[in-house]
Design a protein around this ligand. Structure first.
Ligand SMILES: C[S@@+](CC[C@H](N)C(=O)[O-])C[C@H]1O[C@@H](n2cnc3c(N)ncnc32)[C@H](O)[C@@H]1O
Length: 313
């Protein structure tokens, strides 16, 4: 077994600066990457098990059904890099089919990544597994050095690309292009535009798990930035915006209130929101156009029940 874990997350953590800047901005906002403390990671796994949130199950079903075709389209793959690997469950399917020699897993949530990546290394002893706890928005190019010369397969499942508005998504895909190397590839999963009621329900599950995930951000800030958010005075609010083609997630203040964060005070008007996440939805052709503007050429694509996986060269 070959396994290396390095934690660059503490050194690179900008939580304090980003939260203070985001709460001072108009409208207020906090980047979604801060959802993922240990509790946030557990809540995300629980979201994926909710009946209304079919996205993860649908992508897994797509991959199970089309894996032989995806593996045939990919051919020989020496190295895979997964930014935002989470519990590393999806990449296992690729390891089974492709048998690469090297795997690089990146995630901002260090402890969950270390545990999940070590389990992958144990289960796939022929693969040299490296796991780096880092904000890949800061460290993607440095992370590439761990893999050595390309070409690499960049694997970016889970519709995580939807968290970036189109211009930022294009910029990130262009960075993936450079990371993959001249003959590198990108295998990416994203959620498709569909019945808005279905999208609305997915982010408003009856059990309230998505609401707990959203509110956990305030709990994290209370704990890590010595803040005094009263969670009962904020409401999870998520809706699909058809003109923008995205689900927006907010935390809406239920009262006129002042909150202290890291020694600074922030006023909230009744009804004022903190924007916490975008989940952009695409048509397949729309996404291919976006990826093309980042230098990727669509090689193949697969669809299953409102979810797409596309292969780019
Ligand atoms: C929606 S989950 C998806 C996990 C997994 N890729 C999947 O498809 O099941 C997003 C993951 O990306 C990680 N993440 C989000 N933003 C990140 C960033 N800027 N740098 C590193 N990891 C990030 C989170 O910690 C989380 O584990």
């Amino acid at each position: 077994m070959s396994f290396v874990f390095r934690d660059f997350s503490a050194a690179e953590s900008r939580l304090r600066a980003d939260v203070l800047a985001g709460l001072a901005a108009r409208p207020k906002r906090i980047p979604p990457k801060y959802f993922y403390d240990a509790a946030g990671c557990r809540l995300f796994e629980s979201i994926c098990a909710q009946p209304e949130y079919a996205l993860c199950r649908t992508e897994q079903a797509l991959m199970a059904t089309h894996l032989p075709a995806i593996a045939a389209a990919l051919g020989r793959v020496e190295s895979i890099v997964e930014p935002g690997a989470g519990d590393c469950s999806k990449v296992r399917r690729l390891l089974d089919a492709l048998r690469p020699t090297r795997l690089l897993l990146l995630d901002i949530a260090g402890a969950p990544l270390a545990a999940a990546a070590q389990a992958v290394a144990r289960d796939y002893p022929a693969v040299a597994v490296s796991a780096l706890a880092m904000d890949f928005l800061d460290g993607l190019e440095a992370a590439g050095a761990w893999l050595g010369a390309g070409p690499h397969l960049v694997y970016y499942p889970g519709s995580s690309i939807g968290n970036f508005p189109p211009a930022a998504a294009t910029a990130l895909l262009a960075r993936f292009r450079r990371l993959a190397g001249a003959k590198g590839r990108l295998l990416i999963g994203f959620d498709l535009k569909k019945d808005p009621q279905r999208l609305h329900a997915a982010y408003n599950d009856a059990a309230g798990v998505t609401a707990a995930f959203n509110l956990n951000l305030l709990e994290r800030i209370n704990r890590e930035l010595d803040a005094d958010f009263d969670l009962a005075r904020f409401r999870h609010y998520a809706f699909y915006h058809p003109a923008e083609g995205r689900v927006e997630m907010h935390l809406v203040s239920l009262a006129e209130q002042t909150v202290r964060v890291a020694g600074e005070r922030f006023r909230f008007a009744l009804g004022e929101s903190v924007h916490t996440e975008h989940s952009c939805k695409y048509r397949r052709d729309e996404f291919a156009t976006l990826a093309a503007s980042a230098g990727w050429r669509l090689a193949d694509d697969w669809e299953h029940d409102g979810f797409a996986v596309q292969l780019y060269t």
